[in-house]
Write a new protein. Structure first.
Length: 181
């Protein structure tokens, strides 16, 4: 088990569409363990594989004291919506009210390749939607309205990590801080 550096906003891996997992092997289980360790250490409510630089459809969650993971998620969203504060370990320190479906049923697989269904409402539903977005190259500020998104991008430029290379950047060989905006 190892805590890995978390890729920050601006890293192209966060904009890529992650590939489905086809091989459920030891390497995948190591990835799930690394995601879990890194998420709990951060700490965060969820972490997606692209945030560790791995473009595979895998995420972990830690909500209401329950820790788990889901591979190749396929979501069904409730019509009811919720609005509440959301943040991301790839945009440290920033939180914005974000609209999400109130409930989610997520079908996928565990790290052994067994089919599993993860159901949640409120915070767990928000987390599942946020992490699945990461697998499609979507970052939560993309879900904000135009004005809010502009404010978020400005706030990112004003952070100590968003305006140029920050100490964590050395963890990312593909960082394009500044260039990707
Ligand atoms: Zn995130």
């Amino acid at each position: 088990m190892a805590i890995q550096p978390i890729r920050l906003f601006g890293d192209p891996v966060l904009r890529a569409t992650a590939k489905p997992v086809t091989v459920f092997d030891k390497e995948l289980r190591t990835l799930v363990r690394d995601l879990t360790e890194t998420m709990l250490d951060a700490p965060g409510a969820g972490l997606a594989a692209p945030q560790l630089g791995v473009s595979l459809r895998v995420f972990t969650y830690h909500v209401d004291g329950v820790t788990g993971h889901l591979i190749n998620p396929d979501l069904s969203l409730s019509e009811d919506e919720q609005e509440g504060p959301e943040g991301c370990l790839s945009l440290p320190g920033l939180r914005y009210d974000t609209k999400r479906a109130y409930g989610v049923v997520a079908k996928g697989f565990n790290m052994y390749g067994d089919p599993v269904t993860l159901e949640g409402t409120q915070l767990l539903a928000r987390c599942i939607q946020h992490e699945t977005d990461h697998l499609d190259g979507i970052i939560f500020i993309d879900r904000l309205d135009r004005e809010q998104r502009k404010a978020a991008l400005k706030a990112i430029r004003d952070t100590d990590w968003g305006g140029g290379p920050a100490p964590v950047v050395k963890a990312s060989p593909h960082s394009t801080f500044g260039a990707a905006r």
